[in-house]
Design a protein around this ligand. Structure first.
Ligand code: GLU
Length: 315
């Protein structure tokens, strides 16, 4: 295990799944990557349930995730945090932005925005700032947006390298509280990471393009900016994104994790560029993590995803 010098702060990493479906191999890679990155550096690894989007949350899944992580040998530090219990903090953060004139109420519907917006990115519609200077007469406030500026945000991702984005052209003023009530992911993640002292964020590269928005908020609130590592994504057949809601790819589907968890962890380690020795074949999850903690090489994590050699059930 690497020694931390007295001048370096303790690493605090986290895994923050959304309990909208059971853990799948993609979440396993994010859990393992964040666990090893923090723990192999002598740090803490926190667990947060991102359950803000209540209509999408599936009852019982958060507990199922915890038992799955436990069966796979993961040990988290401290109490599990549930975003659904932290609204007062998001409300305070949104209030501070409003007070400083950095946020505003927006009355646009999706279709209104789509009609006017240009969309240089496939998945993000750039908000054209319609309500930035006040709601037009007759318009009712639906969502809260934060004002972005022209500046280009650049950061060095620990795996993906340099990433640059200009918020005005990538997304425009973005939503921090949705029309249907809940606070948006970007606000909650920034508030929660700061509150927990998280200084290392390891997660799937589907969130790489969200990072500049989060860094923008961190800067406004004068929070410490974590170090970011975006992991390659596990894809399904033909490169399609795995969906958490797809039960077919649940870690538990057709598999006895007590017996086969070790095989899954070995596959996830290989996906992360690590080289577990063949003697670990058949070992328990805890034995495998015991090998992985001192042996983990963060520089071996590839930026391009190889195949996830998903072991099949013995049944
Ligand atoms: N809750 C997000 C997800 O499950 C991850 C958020 C994060 O790691 O910042 O995709």
């Amino acid at each position: 295990m690497k020694e931390l010098s007295a001048s370096q702060p303790q690493i605090v990493g986290r895994f923050a799944p959304s309990p909208t479906g059971p853990l799948h191999v993609g979440s396993l890679v994010a859990a393992l990557g964040s666990y090893l990155m923090a723990k192999s550096a002598g740090g803490n690894w926190l667990l947060r349930m991102e359950d803000l989007d209540q209509p999408r949350v599936i009852p019982g899944i958060a507990d199922d995730m915890l038992s799955t992580l436990d069966l796979l040998g993961f040990e988290w530090d401290g109490e599990v945090v549930y975003q659904s219990r932290r609204s007062e903090y998001y409300l305070a953060a949104a209030g501070a932005l409003l007070e400083r004139g950095l946020a505003y109420g927006c009355g646009c519907t999706r279709s209104e925005i789509a009609q006017i917006a240009s969309a240089p990115h496939q998945d993000i519609t750039v908000y054209p700032g319609i309500c930035r200077n006040g709601l037009a007469p007759g318009k009712v406030e639906r969502a809260l947006r934060v004002k972005v500026c022209d500046e280009v945000i650049t950061f060095e991702d620990g795996i993906m390298g340099r990433y640059t984005q200009q918020l005005t052209s990538a997304c425009g003023d973005f939503v921090i509280q949705r029309a249907d009530g809940p606070f948006a992911y970007h606000l909650a993640v920034v508030v929660d990471d700061a509150a927990a002292g998280v200084n290392q964020v390891v997660r799937g590269s589907d969130l790489l393009s969200s990072t500049p928005r989060q860094m923008y908020l961190q800067r406004i609130f004068e929070y410490t900016v974590p170090v970011y590592y975006h992991l390659p994504l596990v894809t399904g057949e033909g490169g399609a994104k795995l969906s958490k809601r797809d039960n077919a790819v649940s870690l538990k589907a057709g598999r006895d994790l007590e017996k086969e968890g070790g095989t899954l962890l070995l596959a996830a380690l290989r996906f992360l560029g690590q080289q577990p020795p063949s003697e670990l074949t058949g070992a328990s999850p805890r034995e495998i993590l015991q090998w992985a903690l001192p042996s983990f090489d963060p520089t071996a994590v590839p930026s391009n995803a190889g195949p996830f050699e998903q072991p099949h059930s013995q049944k």
